[in-house]
Design a protein around this ligand. Structure first.
Ligand code: PMP
Length: 389
């Protein structure tokens, strides 16, 4: 394959060149005034992207799993009760992390491709006294989006902290941390935030910070401990030098550029662009007769799509799509791993990227002898993309 391929997996995504260029600087000291200024701006911009004025951002070297680990390590004490709203592979991971820190985990599980009904969640909350509720905003294994607004509202009503894994959602899928009352919204850099892998990003509400400060026992994970990071984040924001563990200096420059781009687009416009692009892609798949993993279109994410292979087609389709210049991802959910594939469409994704992806899929399906009218998916997508710049 030549080098001109489009990376359309659910992260890492295609990165904007200005973001990549922002990293290509001589690395300054982590306490150099220009770097302190950049880090301070990053923290301020993160609040705007997460739509909160009162949250405490944490930017730490690591991946999304570290952000999950950090939320659990700081908020869970042995014996605390946690409720996991399970929509797939990454909810399973959250349950495992919470248990590792001593939580007694209960789960409300959805059928594959679905989200648990709110009544079931409320029933679970009524049954026990949960300290926190963990939600996967978009489960990358199923392409299902949880109703975070309603779930966070329920958590609040029953006195539980809400922790939302936004790794496959933040800055693409609509989320309003403060208005919706989310206590921890966490993500990683490599998806809709649009920065190469390597940053765990997390914003904690004043309530979450208070809960952390009320802990009886110290946090057992040394690197993840907010007691180590809180003074550092406060210092950078106050434009003062500080040190706990060396920050990934060049990635912070990339994040500063990416957050500036996100805010220049505007959060409302960004959510809307993700919706339109997702609708166009999904319309193309329906026109081609392909079925998606989410059982109901209202529960399908706007940052990615999970698609079943049609009858007679298997995962070798992915190589054919790749030969057409587009890289998509295989299945992840253990129950259906070889039966479906996944396409990411988030961050700087454009209408042109979606058309290229639909074209590559159509052509690959045709090569497999799947009956279709070439261009049918493309025209369905085009009709929905009209008007999007
Ligand atoms: N949660 C979700 C929803 C994810 O999609 C991922 C990564 N695919 C993770 C958590 C873990 O993130 P990372 O691979 O960056 O550790």
């Amino acid at each position: 394959m030549n080098e001109r391929y489009l990376l359309m997996i659910p992260g890492p995504i295609e990165f904007d060149l200005a973001v990549l260029r922002a990293m290509a600087v001589k690395t300054p000291s982590h306490i150099a005034p220009e770097f302190i200024e950049a880090f301070g701006e990053v923290l301020e911009r993160l609040r705007e992207v997460f739509l909160t004025s009162s949250g405490q951002p944490f930017v730490v070297a690591g991946s999304g799993t570290l952000a999950m680990d950090m939320a659990a390590a700081n908020l869970v004490e042995t014996g605390d009760k946690a409720l996991v709203i399970n929509t797939g592979y990454f909810s399973d991971r959250f349950a495992a992390i919470l248990e590792r820190y001593g939580a007694q985990v209960s789960q409300v599980r959805a059928e594959l491709g679905d989200v648990p009904p709110l009544e079931e969640v409320e029933e679970a909350l009524r049954q026990d006294d949960f300290k926190l509720m963990a939600i996967t905003h978009v489960d990358t294994s199923t392409g299902v989006v949880a109703d975070v607004k309603a779930l966070a509202e329920l958590a609040q009503r029953y006195g539980a902290l809400s922790i939302v894994d936004g790794v496959c959602a933040t800055a693409g899928e609509e989320c309003r941390q403060e208005e919706w009352g989310i206590d921890v919204y966490l993500t990683a850099s490599q998806k809709a935030i649009g920065v190469p892998p390597g940053l765990a990003l997390l914003v904690a509400s004043p309530g979450a910070i208070e809960a952390f400060k009320r802990r009886r026992a110290p946090v057992v994970n040394y690197y993840a401990d907010w007691a180590n990071w809180l003074p550092i984040m406060e210092a950078y924001e106050a434009r003062r030098p500080s040190y706990f563990a060396t920050p990934p200096v060049n990635l912070i420059y990339a994040l500063k550029e990416s957050l500036a781009q996100i805010l220049a687009e505007g959060m409302e416009a960004r959510f809307q662009r993700h919706r339109i692009i997702s609708d166009a892609f999904k319309a193309a798949l329906s026109a081609l007769g392909l079925r998606q993993v989410p059982l109901d279109s209202a529960k399908a994410a706007h940052t990615m799509t999970a698609i079943y292979y049609p009858e007679g087609v298997d995962r070798t389709l992915l190589a054919e799509i790749k030969a057409n210049g587009v890289v998509v991802a295989g299945g992840l959910h253990p129950a259906i791993k070889d039966k479906y594939f996944r396409v990411g469409h988030m961050g700087a994704v454009s209408p042109g990227d979606i058309l290229a992806t639909v074209g590559a899929i159509e052509k690959a399906l045709a090569a497999f002898g799947y009956e279709l009218e070439l261009g049918e998916g493309l025209s369905a997508a085009q009709r929905m993309l009209v008007g999007l710049g």
